[in-house]
Design a binder for this molecule. Structure first.
Ligand SMILES: [Zn+2]
Length: 111
């Protein structure tokens, strides 16, 4: 009883540590992370949300370089979601560079 659940939790904690290590090594897209850690992109996104939350009180943070339209240069600054938009709201292009994620030390200026 309960052992299966414990194993699942252990597995996702290990995955998050591996993801975090990848993110500390430099900027990565969701696809990069999915290939490196060998889990589907959907799972990467849910783990990223967890990493983002769990770093909130730590000296590190998850930095997101927003997605950018390769056609007109529009940047998705306000996009809180970690997923990539499929169409540019300004020029309707579908050539969108995906957001880049990395874990970095919080700068001194930030609260
Ligand atoms: Zn555009």
């Amino acid at each position: 009883m309960g052992r299966g659940r414990a194993r699942v939790r252990e597995r996702s904690e290990t995955l998050r540590h591996r993801l975090q290590r990848e993110l500390e090594s430099g900027p990565q897209t969701v696809r990069d992370l999915s290939v490196r850690v060998r889990i589907p992109e959907k799972e990467v996104i849910s783990h990223l949300e967890h990493v983002q939350r769990s770093l909130r009180r730590s000296p590190q943070r998850l930095h997101v370089d927003p997605a950018e339209c390769l056609q007109c240069g529009f940047r998705y600054q306000k996009r809180e979601r970690l997923t990539s938009p499929s169409t540019c709201p300004r020029c309707r292009s579908q050539r969108i560079a995906p957001p880049l994620f990395r874990v970095e030390a919080r700068s001194q200026r930030e609260p």
